[in-house]
Ligand binder design. Structure first.
Ligand SMILES: Cc1cc2nc3c(=O)[nH]c(=O)nc-3n(C[C@H](O)[C@H](O)[C@H](O)COP(=O)(O)O)c2cc1C
Length: 232
């Protein structure tokens, strides 16, 4: 697929068919994604691809812990307390998703079901868990590098007709994921990516999250003139 078409076509997929993803396809995707740049070519990522029984155990463990009120526990300090425009965008995309799913603002049960769906990895047949070596902490540059490989995975999957959603929900109980995905103690869990063939009938899959206007976040310095194309 042409690159721009691919970027436009990708969106987060939160409803999947049961069909398994062949291991050969997963290998191809990772081989594309590993072309990501990384600081000094360190390639600090480990990629754990989980399916079948271990993934079912993760779903159950996540669900049981969340229902029992076990506080979320990540492997590294995290405090994204979004404010202002960031908070607004977070609210806006949640509204888009709830509206697509027909979930009313005061429907506590369905809202909770939706949240639990995230902890179940959106019932996707595959979860890709990205980790990095613990000794790298505080690992801001390695986090950046893992972001690059994560996006590569999503694009390469999309090109092959697969859906993905990068998500923090699936690893909110990182110790559960560590246990069932057999992740070594000297690695920290960064994020996971749910993956599978999109369920075309799942309403939230049609949501296209809005992006800011070019001029709202791009700052040109030292340029003499602004063309019409640039202000579009
Ligand atoms: C680091 C990261 C964490 C995310 N965590 C979640 C999550 O826990 N649950 C979820 O439904 N989506 C999650 N997302 C998906 C974002 O909501 C999504 O990328 C954003 O709304 C833009 O929509 P798009 O991916 O469809 O373009 C996450 C994305 C990233 C990059």
């Amino acid at each position: 697929m042409e690159f721009e078409t691919l970027v436009q076509a990708r969106r987060s997929i939160r409803g999947y068919k049961k069909d398994p993803v062949p291991r050969k396809v997963l290998q191809e995707i990772i081989n594309v994604a590993k072309g990501a740049p990384s600081s000094m070519n360190t390639q600090p990522w480990h990629v754990h691809i989980v399916t079948g029984e271990p993934l079912e155990c993760i779903r159950k463990g996540n669900t049981d812990n969340m229902m029992a009120g076990v506080p979320p526990k990540r492997d590294f300090p995290m405090k994204e307390d979004y404010q202002g425009i960031h908070r607004q965008r977070q609210v806006d995309v949640a509204k888009q998703l709830f509206s697509a799913m027909g979930i009313e603002r005061d429907d506590k049960k369905r809202r909770m079901d939706w949240v639990m769906r995230g902890f179940r990895q959106f019932d996707a047949p595959v979860s890709i868990v990205l980790t990095y070596d613990k000794y790298l902490e505080p690992a801001a540059i390695s986090h950046f590098d893992l972001g690059a490989v994560a996006y590569g995975i999503c694009l390469a999957a999309c090109e092959r007709g697969l859906g993905t959603v990068i998500n923090g929900q699936g690893i909110m109980q990182s110790h559960v994921v560590r246990e069932h995905a057999n992740i070594p103690d000297d690695q920290n869990i960064m994020i996971c990516i749910a993956m599978g063939y999109p369920n075309e009938d799942f309403a939230a899959n049609s949501v296209k999250a809005v992006r800011a206007k070019h001029d709202d976040f791009v700052h040109y310095v030292g340029f003499e003139e602004i063309t019409e194309a640039e202000t579009a």
